[in-house]
Design a protein. Structure first.
Length: 257
């Protein structure tokens, strides 16, 4: 009986430790126009929170590996306008799908009974949980006549959502096939999606799906608008003396006409 009780308590403890990922903040890319004409310069920010599209903004100092790829895969320069806004350094001349990508700087966050600390759990007392986070975010901009057939390439984030159909060719009622990669390999797990205006409640999504062993899943486009797709994963940290878990999240924003 003691062994059963001990195992049950251990199971509850582990479930509690690994179930809080969905409550974590996550970044997403905002664009003032997801479907600009050729010759325009869109304004971009990175949202931060878990009430899409409400929340705060990530500061540029907390962001790294910020890139913009044109339809041919060439990188377009990006520049910071202020502490939160950035944009391409030149007008977008080619028609097609552009991919904006960025990473939030990775780091540790340890929750203790005295509050949160942005460090590993080494040297801390009364630790509740330590997490090392890796957060990637992307957005697709459909510039000009973007509904042409094209292959959208991954950018190499630790966890990444890649559309396998040009979203500019989709309408409400269609399915958007996506592939999720974890460290470059197919990830089998849940993916979440919502659209702007569906809800402002914490961690509420309009659609949930599951990817298969090839990392493939489908998002049903319930209505036109700006959509956010999210994936997340958590695993034990390699050195438990340093931290408890390593977490990964990925978001993708795009517009369906």
């Amino acid at each position: 009986m003691r062994k059963i009780i001990t195992a049950t308590v251990l199971s509850i403890g582990l479930n509690s430790l690994f179930s809080s990922l969905a409550l974590a903040h996550y970044p997403w890319i905002n664009a003032d126009n997801y479907t600009p004409h050729t010759g325009e310069i869109p304004k971009l920010t990175i949202g931060w929170g878990h009430r899409y599209p409400l929340g705060s903004f990530l500061r540029m100092e907390d962001v790294e590996n910020m890139t913009l790829r044109d339809p041919s895969g060439q990188e377009v320069p990006l520049q910071a306008v202020d502490s939160a806004e950035f944009n391409p350094g030149e007008v977008l001349e080619k028609a097609g799908i552009y991919t904006v990508a960025a990473l939030r700087k990775s780091g540790f966050y340890t929750k203790t009974t005295e509050g949160g600390k942005r460090q590993s759990k080494e040297g801390l007392k009364n630790v509740i949980k330590c997490s090392s986070s890796h957060m990637g975010t992307k957005a697709l901009l459909a510039v000009g006549d973007a509904a042409i057939d094209m292959d959208i390439k991954p950018v190499g984030h630790p966890l990444e959502i890649i559309p396998r159909m040009n979203p500019a060719a989709l309408r409400a009622g269609d399915d958007l096939p996506v592939q999720v990669l974890l460290k470059g390999e197919p990830y089998s797990g849940r993916i979440f999606a919502t659209y702007m205006g569906f809800s402002t409640e914490k961690d509420v999504f309009a659609y949930t799906a599951k990817t298969d062993k090839e990392g493939m899943g489908k998002i049903r486009i319930l209505q036109p608008g700006i959509w956010l797709i999210k994936a997340e994963y958590e695993e034990p940290y390699p050195d438990q003396k340093v931290c408890d878990v390593e977490s990964f999240s990925a978001t993708l924003t795009l517009e369906i006409q």
